[in-house]
Design a protein around this ligand. Structure first.
Ligand SMILES: C[S@@+](CC[C@H](N)C(=O)[O-])C[C@H]1O[C@@H](n2cnc3c(N)ncnc32)[C@H](O)[C@@H]1O
Length: 220
């Protein structure tokens, strides 16, 4: 399934273990800066525009900063987060949000689907085979519901131009291979491409280390 992507399956509980030296929220979820964390939330806001959703699940919500960012949005918010200490932080800051301390792998909500599902920076270190993870996410989206996904782009031109070493702490994906899995799960790609979170700039796929996908679950 993944031939061009570089897949690693790390122990996610170790990757995101508590480290008291990390004082700021963006450090706790391993983003390089506050602006690179917020930039991804900004893109979701831009894609949502004035669309209305009833229920929203954020998979791997980390410190829950995304819920504070969207605090004015009246959508019913849900989050799941595998790390106990990140879950506690998220819960403390967002008492109005239903957050579960669970891995997506153990999350079963057969009758409960969501009109919006987001998964920001999780796929590259999701603790299981990424294809299984994506299949599971797709099942949680209701018909006509939307998916917002961001992850790491293996086709970033800096790897070729500057001979940058591919960071081997997490997986890197070929966006075409990720899209194929979404299409097989009955999703239609509405928008996709490269994204520079710090600059809040959508780019060609080759021009960023990060890609995003905005996709819709088909009716049939
Ligand atoms: C890079 S952080 C991003 C956090 C948040 N989405 C954000 O953008 O600030 C990835 C998060 O996903 C969580 N995570 C990774 N695999 C997961 C899984 N299988 N189920 C639930 N959470 C997971 C990690 O614990 C971590 O908090």
């Amino acid at each position: 399934m993944f031939k061009k992507s570089k897949i690693l399956t790390n122990d996610v509980t170790v990757v995101y273990k508590q480290d008291n030296k990390k004082k700021l929220n963006y450090q706790k979820v391993l983003w390089s800066s506050e602006s690179s964390m917020i930039g991804r939330f900004w893109l979701l806001k831009k894609l949502i525009k004035k669309k209305r959703f009833d229920t929203w699940l954020d998979v791997g919500c980390g410190t829950g900063d995304i819920f504070s960012y969207f605090s004015k949005n009246k959508i019913l918010k849900y989050g799941i987060e595998q790390s106990r200490y990140l879950y506690r932080l998220a819960k403390k800051e967002n008492p109005d949000v239903t957050i579960l301390n669970r891995s997506l792998n153990n999350f079963n909500r057969k009758d409960n689907k969501f009109s919006l599902v987001s998964c920001i920076g999780v796929l590259q270190n999701c603790g299981c085979a990424p294809a299984l993870f994506l299949n599971k996410i797709c099942k949680l989206i209701e018909k006509n519901g939307m998916l917002f996904l961001t992850s790491k782009n293996i086709n970033w031109n800096q790897f070729k131009i500057n001979s940058f070493e591919i960071n081997s702490n997490h997986s890197w994906f070929d966006i075409g291979e990720v899209k194929k899995i979404l299409l097989k799960n009955n999703l239609k790609i509405i928008k996709a491409g490269g994204f520079l979170p710090k600059k809040k700039k959508i780019t060609k796929i080759s021009e960023s280390h990060t890609f995003y996908i905005w996709a819709k679950k088909n009716e049939l």
